[in-house]
Design a protein around this ligand. Structure first.
Ligand code: GUN
Length: 301
């Protein structure tokens, strides 16, 4: 029998654990989210980040420079935020418009306020196992595994995807938790065979339902980080079939969310699996809140 890993339940547990820590601080933790331009998906993510802050009684600001802002003007904004004592966390929503130098922007955020864990100093801290903020989505996955009592030591974990935001830090966190880790990517030979060796399979490639039965060892833990919005009915039917629940949902709403794993295959073959939506997604924001509270604690100590 396969068991669902309920990300919303774990999110609520994480947030409930933060409330007394926030109450114990002399000053509210403060998070600033910078959203450049008007990417609709980013607007949704940023909206829920700000909302969660307010529900927790934290200070939160959303700054929305126009899409045409220059790299220099954005660097000036970040310098201002670095200097503000009441701000503990700065998050610049990715991706940025093409004309902006994203590397310069990420490097400009003070490492102690980098609640995404994207600054090279924090990437280095993660790599050598020193304390510091960890990227939110992979640390949410680790929290999910821990709170469900899923053992990682000695297990073979296969991470599909090598992004700086998810794949690489995910592999590093699993390694620190004593898993044997393989990272796969678009040039991996015989991806199916590599994935079938996984006791813990993590999908982080951004391709709808790409990982199927052929990639899954029966009894493995399946962690699906992908969030792909399908707006083309033919594609939904090609993946799920005409009579499926997903196709019915599409006909009602005009789009459906699909992870990187085929959900019916994952549900059938796994010991534990994360649904999309409702699995990994809710944990990203919870870990962002946790990183912000930790930063506030460190800075107010
Ligand atoms: N875009 C997609 N995921 C993330 C994230 O975790 N942080 C930031 N800053 N941008 C993102």
């Amino acid at each position: 029998m396969s068991q669902i890993l309920d990300g919303k339940r774990i999110r609520d547990e994480i947030l409930a654990g933060l409330a007394p820590r926030i109450a114990a601080l002399p000053r509210k933790p403060g998070l600033v989210v910078v959203l450049v331009g008007d990417n609709p998906a980013s607007q949704v993510y940023v909206g829920s980040k700000v909302k969660t802050c307010l529900e927790l009684g934290m200070h939160s600001e959303k700054i929305t420079p126009p899409a045409g802002i220059s790299t220099e003007a954005l660097l000036d904004l970040i310098a201002t935020l670095n200097a503000r004592a009441e701000i503990d966390g700065i998050l610049v929503q990715m991706p940025l418009p093409k004309h902006i130098d994203s590397e310069k922007v990420l490097d400009a955020i003070a490492p102690e306020k980098d609640v995404d864990g994207f600054h090279p100093v924090n990437v280095g801290n993660l790599s050598i196992g020193r304390p510091g903020p960890r990227p939110c989505t992979p640390s949410g996955v680790m929290e999910l595994l821990k709170r469900y009592g899923i053992e990682t030591a000695g297990k073979h974990a296969v991470v599909v995807g090598r992004s700086d935001i998810v794949g690489k830090p995910m592999a590093m966190l699993l390694l620190h938790a004593n898993a044997t880790v393989t990272i796969c990517h678009s040039r991996t030979k015989d991806l199916e065979a590599e994935c079938r060796r996984a006791d813990i399979l993590v999908g982080a490639i951004g391709r709808p339902a790409m990982l199927t039965k052929a990639h899954m060892k029966p009894g493995a833990v399946m962690i699906d980080v992908g969030i792909n919005e399908l707006k083309d009915r033919a594609q939904v039917v090609a993946i799920f079939g005409e009579d499926s629940e997903k196709t019915k949902a599409f006909d009602k709403r005009g789009s459906v969310l699909v992870g990187d794993m085929h959900p019916y295959d994952a549900a059938e073959l796994s010991s534990y699996w994360t649904p999309v939506p409702g699995g990994v997604g809710p944990l990203t924001i919870a870990q962002l809140m946790a990183n912000t509270v930790e930063s506030a604690e460190r800075r107010q100590r």
